[in-house]
Each structure stands twice: as C-alpha cells, then as structure tokens.
Design a protein around this ligand. Sequence first.
Ligand code: C2E
Ligand code: MG
Ligand code: MG
Length: 472
Amino acid sequence: MTKGLLVFDDDAAIGRLVVRVAKMAGLDAVSVSDAAAFEQQMQYETPNIVMLDLQLGATDGIEQLRGLAADRFTGSLVLMSGFDARVLNTANRVAQSLGLKIEATLEKPVQVAELEQLFSRLKAAETIPSTDRLLEAIRDGELSLDFQPVVTRHPRTLKKLEALVRWDHPALGRLPPSDFLPGAEADTPVIDTVTEWVIGAFVEAYLILAELGIRVPIGVNISSQNLHDIALPDRFEQRLREAGIPAEHLCLEVTESAAFSDPLRAMDILTRIRLKGMQLSIDDFGIGYSSLKMLRQTPFSEMKIDQSFVHDMATSRDSRAIVKSIVDLAANMEMQSVAEGIETEETAALLESMNVGMLQGYLFARPMPVEAVPAWLAIWMREDSQEPRGRRPGAGSDAEAGPIEGSGLASEPSHLSPPQRQAMQLLAQGHALKEIARQLGVGIGAVKVRLSQAYMALGARNGAEAVARLGL
Ligand code: C2E
Ligand code: MG
Ligand code: MG
C-alpha cells in the first residue's frame, strides 16, 4: 500500500479544500468527485486513508463502503456527512461490521481546524511500521508482554493476570497494540504469527512466575481473525502440556467487536478450546456484535465489560444500568464477570456493590513486565496489612497467589545475591534484557527471575525504582 489520502466528495470544491488542508499537514492527497474516478484511483494507487462523503449523488457512501470491504481495503476511513450525527453513527457501525477501520467521522460543514487536527494525527500514524517490519520485529525479539493484575472483590486479592503485547521499536519507541495490531489483523498469516509469539511468551512468563511461587491463570488476547484455524486448540493444548501448565490457567480473551468471518468455524474452535479445559473470555462486551443467541451457543466462561461503560459509571445512570445488566446476565449464565478500566475507588466500590466478579484497572496496577509482578504483589499485600478497612487486597487470603509472603522485603541492598546484583548493575547501565542475558551467559528467563528477586528484596515496584534504591 502506498501512502496518501484519497477524498471522494461529489462536491468538487469541498474535495479541493480538504486536499489543500491535507497537503499543508504534509499528506499526499487527491480528490475525486464521481464513482468511476474513485474506482480508477483506488486501482491506480491504493491510498492508506480514504475520506468518504455519505451523499454522493449517483452513488452513496454505504455502497462505496461495501465495495471497499469487497476489495479488502485495509487502510483508514474518514466518513463525512451533512445529515445528523445518527446517520454517521449508523454508517460507522456498518463499516465496522464490514471489517473496515474507521479513523473518524466528520459532520458537515467540516471545520478547517477539525481537519487540521485530524490530518496531523493521520500524518503521525503514517510512521506506523508495515506488517513486514512487524514480522521482522518478532524475529528480532522486539515484542514483549506486559501483565496487568485482575483482582477479586471482598477481599481484593490477585486472581489472575492479563497479558498485553507491546512493540519496543528501536526508532519509534514503545508502541501500544492499537498501533500495530489493526494492520496485522488485516493480514491473517501476520496475526497468526503474532498470536503464536504471544502464546510462546505467555508460557515463558508463566514459568518464570511459577518459579517464584506465583501460580495464577493468565488471560491472553487472541484476535477473532485467528479463529480460522481448526488446529488452533490442539496447538495451544500441546504448548500447555509441554510446559506443564494446567489448561485452566490459560484464559483466551476474544473481543466481541469484530464479527467472525466464518461464525460456524469460530464456534467450533472456541468450543474445542473449552472442551480442552482452557478458559474463554468475551472481551469488551457490550459494544460489539454478538447476539444473545451467540452468547448462548458459545461456551464462554467469562464476560469482560467494555471499559467505556466502566469509565462512565460515576456520571451516567445509563452506564450503571448497562453494567448491572451485564453483571446479572453473566451470573445467570454461570459466567464470571470482569470490569476493566477501573481508575477510581468510587467506580470500584460501585462495581463491588453490583457483585461484579473481578476488577482490573489502573487503580490496582498498570500493565507491567513480568519481572515486576512479584514485587508489585508483595508490596500490595504489605500495604494491605497496614490497611484495616478491608477494602484493600486481603493479604494472603487467596492461596492461589502463592507463598510470596515468605519472600522477605528487606530494603537493604546487601541482601542481593551476586547474580541479582550483576543483573541490576547491567540494568542500571541501560542494557536491554537481551544484552544482560548475553553478558551474563544465561537465558532471558533467568535474567527476569534474578531481576524480580532483586526488586522484591529492594521493595521496588519496577526497574527504575530498584536502580534508585541501589543508588546505582
Ligand atoms: P483489552 O484486552 O480490552 O485490554 C485492556 C486495555 O485497557 C489495555 O490496553 C490496558 O492497558 C488498558 N487498561 C487497563 N486498565 C486501564 C485503566 O484503568 N484505564 C485505561 N484508560 N486503560 C486501561 P492495551 O494494552 O493498549 O491493549 C489494547 C487492546 O489491544 C486490548 O484490549 C486487546 O484487545 C488488544 N491486545 C493487547 N494485547 C494483545 C495480544 O497479545 N493479542 C491480541 N490479538 N490483541 C491484543
Ligand atoms: Mg483483553
Ligand atoms: Mg477489553
């Protein structure tokens, strides 16, 4: 795909205006005003952004969306309309259900300032690396998993972790999944490769935590695009068996926002995943396309309420009602409910009063590298033992969290063993884990174990805190 923007508006003057603003933002842009020219331009040079008016004279935006989906357009779309916001919302939903990526919707008359803002964002996004570069990144070890705790209510104890992928790009810095997964999901072999890597990294992290006495289930996100491969459940089962991980300690999270391209096959795969003992979670529930019928047919064991409802709970009665209904629905269907995106104690308390099963969010912890998890847990439990309200996590009240209490929380640096100190010194010098492993002549897993032991001994939540405490 080449870079650039293609504007399709039957009003040529608007097209020209949009192109002028786009060019000022540094984007290559052209505009067309009829369907034949649009098609010709798409074939000549597929842009990575299409801006589409919904009223197009002889044709209309929805028809064009269908055409773009049929041509498997993988770029971003901006929809414009002079009708009211509801038309734009409907078109947005249609586009999403067709698997198209909507970047923005604009109400007409469009404001130049709004266009400028949009185009500078799109210009920044142009630097997102290609899927070929992503495959290279997987080979070169540039992807990593962070882990975010999920806690129970009353008492709040660590129940599980969710694995979230990140890309440490040498030039662009740390990229969140939203920067590179949409591109990968548009290319099945690429998203399959990502998922295989994620499963491998999950196994490695699980074993590191197990060595440190923490044995909890881990949620791993998979894409609905991965559900084309009938052999997937067998492959995952084999990975678990080889590593000695109980099947129920892998919980696969599938978002419900994307429609399954082959629902029957997807159901087959999901059912076999459950039959093999793995857990199955429906992620971002409430904003997608799953029907209640599908919910009944698919053996999900958990429902994760979409963050948008959780964020709005404190201020919106509607959101509270929706969350309560989802929690009750989950309970009636004998499924676990999880609320994610919890940032305030107020929201957490509200959710607990609704009997939500599990809680996740920045209030408890941000996603962190595996080596930081043991120290986070130890500190969290220690804080709790000083916190009599019982609203904080219950120290050691959930046996599943492992014998972390015995780890000792000395803040005396001399408690570090020589291997732990060596690893810390290299970390302080700014070396990546791969380089530390190479210099010490051990695997990356061993480095992570040594670092997490060092963080725990120092009572530090992460590498930076540990380095500071050591005065390195
Ligand atoms: P998700 O599975 O719904 O994950 C939750 C997202 O919410 C994560 O974003 C997490 O960092 C963020 N989050 C957690 N607590 C809070 C909070 O309190 N406030 C706010 N504002 N955000 C919070 P992240 O890591 O950027 O991941 C985004 C999405 O990318 C995930 O949504 C998931 O759908 C997808 N994803 C992440 N890792 C993978 C992966 O390994 N494979 C696949 N296929 N998808 C992944
Ligand atoms: Mg998830
Ligand atoms: Mg989610």
